[in-house]
Ligand binder design. Structure first.
Ligand code: HEC
Length: 322
């Protein structure tokens, strides 16, 4: 029995050190490997149940002084425990060979399971040969229980993920955080960044930007619009008439002086965009007020807001037109 245990131990230890790539199975063998491997969950519950039963029986008989189960039965249980653990390790190892699980957790699971089986097989051998006393037996059981819990935990993490990630209070906190962040994003997105600037990018900046600044006017920043161009400020908060930026857009498109902006042959703002800009200037042309301060009548611009919220950089860093 000792020889057998030594052989088993050597095999178990070698499992931990065989480099995985060294084992190349052909397709037929691979099918069998997978077939036997998936039975791992079927076997692994045997040692779990058996060990817990043995621990309970041992502790109960110690506390209550009721005689434990007959020694022979105890031995048989230990042998069954060892054999089922060996089968579990073997099937688990087959799964491990073809797996695509997170490596570090799988390694932790394999190591604890192998060390568990190693200790257990020596425990069984020594117990069956009547080589250990009750106290040592208890210590073996305690160590094995700890290792089993660890192996079980890692096993659970492999198949179901970290258990506490799914605890209701963790999930709820996570959902709340996401909700909070969404709300904050909404609050902190300014009307200027998410709506005004993109309109300027689309219709104005390619003539009034970094590359060209027709009439010395740039419309690619809030400060530049306030500063204006040859005719003075293009943006006067609260005043549509003095805000040339707006008044130019409101000129008839076919006016003789060709002062309408954007020039007649270029892409024109739609009515919703125009109405929105008028509202924005009238309401003080703030560059700090946020999206939730927009009247619902501009809901048609929602698409732009949505696009912006999904990818805030898409609008403010858009250099296409400069
Ligand atoms: C294709 C080029 C082009 C585009 C696009 C364009 N502009 Fe102009 N813009 C000009 C030119 C050229 C002038 C100078 C001639 C003039 O004053 O009409 C000018 C002048 C202006 C002026 C007068 C500035 C000053 O102080 O003299 C304003 C205001 C203005 N544009 C606003 C706009 C706005 C707002 C947009 C976008 C909705 C826009 N422009 C789009 C070419 C363009």
């Amino acid at each position: 029995m000792i020889t057998l245990t030594i052989i088993i131990s050597l095999v178990l230890i070698s499992l931990l050190f065989i480099p995985l790539e060294a084992i190349q199975l052909n397709t037929q063998l691979d099918l069998w490997r997978e077939f036997i491997g998936v039975m791992h969950p079927l076997f692994l519950h045997l040692p779990v149940g058996l060990l817990i039963s043995l621990v309970v029986i041992t502790v109960a008989s110690k506390l209550t002084k009721i005689p434990a189960i007959p020694q022979l039965t105890y031995k048989a249980c230990l042998i069954l425990l060892s054999v089922s653990s060996l089968i579990s390790v073997a099937t688990g190892y087959l799964l491990y060979l073809g797996d695509s699980y997170p490596q570090d957790v799988v390694d932790a699971h394999l190591w604890t399971a192998v060390v568990f089986t190693l200790i257990l097989s020596w425990h069984t051998t020594l117990y069956c040969l009547d080589k250990i006393k009750a106290r040592a037996n208890g210590s073996f059981l305690a160590v094995e229980l700890c290792l089993l819990i660890m192996a079980g935990h890692y096993g659970g993490v492999i198949t179901h993920g970290e258990p506490f990630d799914k605890a209701p209070w963790v999930v709820n906190a996570e959902l709340k955080k996401i909700e909070q962040e969404k709300l904050e994003a909404q609050h902190s997105s300014t009307i200027y960044d998410s709506l005004v600037a993109p309109i300027m990018v689309e219709y104005c900046n390619y003539c009034h930007g970094i590359k060209k600044d027709k009439a010395n006017l740039r419309t690619d920043s809030y400060a530049a619009m306030l500063e204006g161009g040859d005719e003075g400020p293009s943006l006067v908060p609260g005043n549509i008439e003095k805000s040339t930026l707006i008044s130019r857009m409101l000129l008839p498109i076919d006016d003789e002086d060709e002062e309408h902006m954007p020039p007649a042959n270029k892409k024109q703002l739609n009515q919703a965009e125009l109405d929105f800009l008028i509202w924005w200037v009238k309401s003080g042309a703030s560059n700090t007020s946020t999206l939730n301060e927009i009247p619902s009548q501009f809901d048609t611009l929602n698409q732009k807001i949505k696009e912006y919220q999904e990818d805030p950089k898409s609008n403010t860093n858009n250099t296409k037109y400069y």
